[in-house]
Design a protein around this ligand. Structure first.
Ligand code: ZN
Length: 497
């Protein structure tokens, strides 16, 4: 009887207290709670790259941005995919600087089937977990782009096959060789053997998409080359600007290079920013238009200043210094700046040391000099509209393609991609009709700048901004339906939904 009572009690214990009889011992129930993944995480934004539409064959990257108040630096984030929730696909840490965690090329979809792909994210130290996915479309049969390379006397030029760059590569090489020779001669005007000073050919990459303003440089100069380059910068000026950056970095890889001078030198030597134009005359126009920015307010966070104004003023300041000091003295000054806590402190220390002056005094003289110029209405209109156009381009990028805006750009290392044979992040991709409509208007604007047709530029700017106003409110779809499907050359009645 006692034995029977004991067995009943045991059965009760096992059934209702959650303990398991395992190999003769009691052990606590270690059944794991299923993980809870929210669909809408707190303060985390997820972006997948390449940007949508995604296709079988893409090698996907994921960027997670934290916007909450907690300390996120060095917190670990795990990424799981599909059914595999025990072992993460990858782990990485948040950067305290960018508040971002990036999983580069974490999932190769080549052998996957089309369909919905779900990713699960977990920041266990914060008790946060969530899921997010994307639609993987069938692999397009006609797209075979891959990296190709051509070695010229000046440069190693990488480009993607099946792009405009491939079709025009001979003309491109001529432009790059010319511009590199000019840039080197500008740095070393008295030296016939200057080209020998460069350690190796300049690495240049041509991509068919617009990232930032159409070009950027790290250890390679990356340039947009497309017949539909809606950022509107020609290869000649753009390549010259980025080549100057690369040469600049090769000559002086160590000492401080304040952004004010880095960009000033590039714009000055390229002969203009987006188009050719006299730096001093354009800065004088800024002054007349009331748009001039005091240099002590922009020097320490140069890239946060209004982009076109900062670049125009920087180029004009370099032009002014070259006029009063001569090129050799300027370049000697620029390449031998002392270390310091900020760009302003660095420049001031060097000015004090070399010329017994400071940036404020120098700027006062610079402004006095600018006032001796009298830019005509055409230059002023060009300067004013250039600023408005690129503000509008950046507004379009922020709303429609944040991965192209220079502050939030997706520009992973191209040399890593070449090593792994990955092209998707920079290859040509489909655009929605909304993008085509807006980008067509920008393309018209850039053509009209060359003709001086400022009224049409103004008209297109109003139109683009009205379209952006229509889609800007949160949760309004970025759709050609929302803006009335205004395809050029197509009667409106036929195309409205
Ligand atoms: Zn630059």
């Amino acid at each position: 009887m006692l034995k029977k009572l004991f067995l009943i009690m045991m059965a009760f214990l096992i059934t209702f207290t959650g303990v398991n009889w395992v190999e003769g011992v009691f052990s606590p129930d270690i059944e794991q709670k299923p993980r809870q993944f929210q669909t809408d995480p707190n303060h985390f934004t997820i972006e997948f790259f390449p940007t949508a539409p995604h296709y079988v064959g893409d090698t996907l990257s994921v960027r997670v941005t934290y916007s909450g108040q907690d300390e996120i630096a060095n917190r670990e984030i795990s990424l799981f995919s599909g059914e595999e929730l025990e072992t993460p696909l990858a782990r990485t840490q948040f950067s305290g600087f960018t508040q971002q965690a990036v999983f580069y090329w974490v999932l190769d979809t080549t052998k996957m089937d089309p369909g919905f792909v779900t990713f699960f994210f977990e920041v266990s130290e914060m008790g946060e977990s969530w899921s997010k996915g994307l639609h993987l479309l069938p692999r397009p049969t006609h797209r075979q782009a891959e990296w190709a390379v051509v070695h010229t006397s000046c440069c190693t030029v990488h480009y993607l096959t099946e792009t405009d760059a491939e079709a025009d590569i001979k003309d491109i090489i001529t432009i790059l060789e010319d511009r590199t020779a000019v840039a080197i001669a500008q740095f070393f005007p008295d030296d016939d053997q200057a080209h020998l000073m460069l350690d190796e050919p300049l690495p240049i990459v041509l991509v068919p998409i617009v990232v930032g303003h159409g070009g950027f440089a790290s250890n390679e100069a990356v340039l947009t080359y497309s017949k539909r380059n809606w950022a509107g910068i020609g290869l000649d000026i753009l390549s010259h600007h980025e080549i100057v950056h690369v040469i600049d970095r090769q000559i002086n890889p160590v000492d401080p290079r304040p952004s004010l001078f880095v960009e000033g030198v590039a714009v000055y030597l390229a002969g203009g920013h987006y188009r050719e134009g006299d730096a001093l005359l354009r800065a004088a126009a800024l002054f007349d238009l009331g748009l001039y920015l005091p240099i002590d307010g922009i020097v320490n966070d140069f890239y946060a200043a209004q982009h076109e104004i900062g670049y125009m003023q920087a180029a004009a300041l370099v032009a002014y210094l070259v006029e009063i000091w001569g090129w050799d003295t300027f370049v000697n000054f620029y390449f031998n700046l002392p270390d310091g806590p900020s760009d302003l402190a660095i420049i001031n220390a060097a000015l004090e040391d070399e010329f017994n002056t400071d940036l404020a005094t120098l700027e006062a003289d610079f402004i006095t000099y600018l006032k001796t110029f009298t830019p005509d209405e055409e230059v002023k209109e060009d300067v004013r509209l250039t600023i408005e156009v690129y503000d509008t381009i950046r507004r379009y990028q922020t709303i429609a393609i944040p991965s192209a805006h220079f502050r939030t750009a997706w520009w992973p290392s191209i040399s890593h991609m070449r090593d792994r044979g990955i092209v998707g992040d920079y290859a040509w991709r489909e655009k929605a009709p909304f993008n085509i409509i807006i980008e067509n208007l920008f393309l018209e604007i850039h053509t009209e700048f060359d003709r001086g047709n400022y009224s049409l530029i103004e008209k297109n700017l109003v139109l683009i901004n009205s379209f952006l106003d229509a889609v800007e409110p949160e949760k309004t779809p970025l759709s050609h339906y929302v803006i009335g499907w205004p395809l050029p050359g197509v009667p409106r009645l036929l195309t409205q939904p």
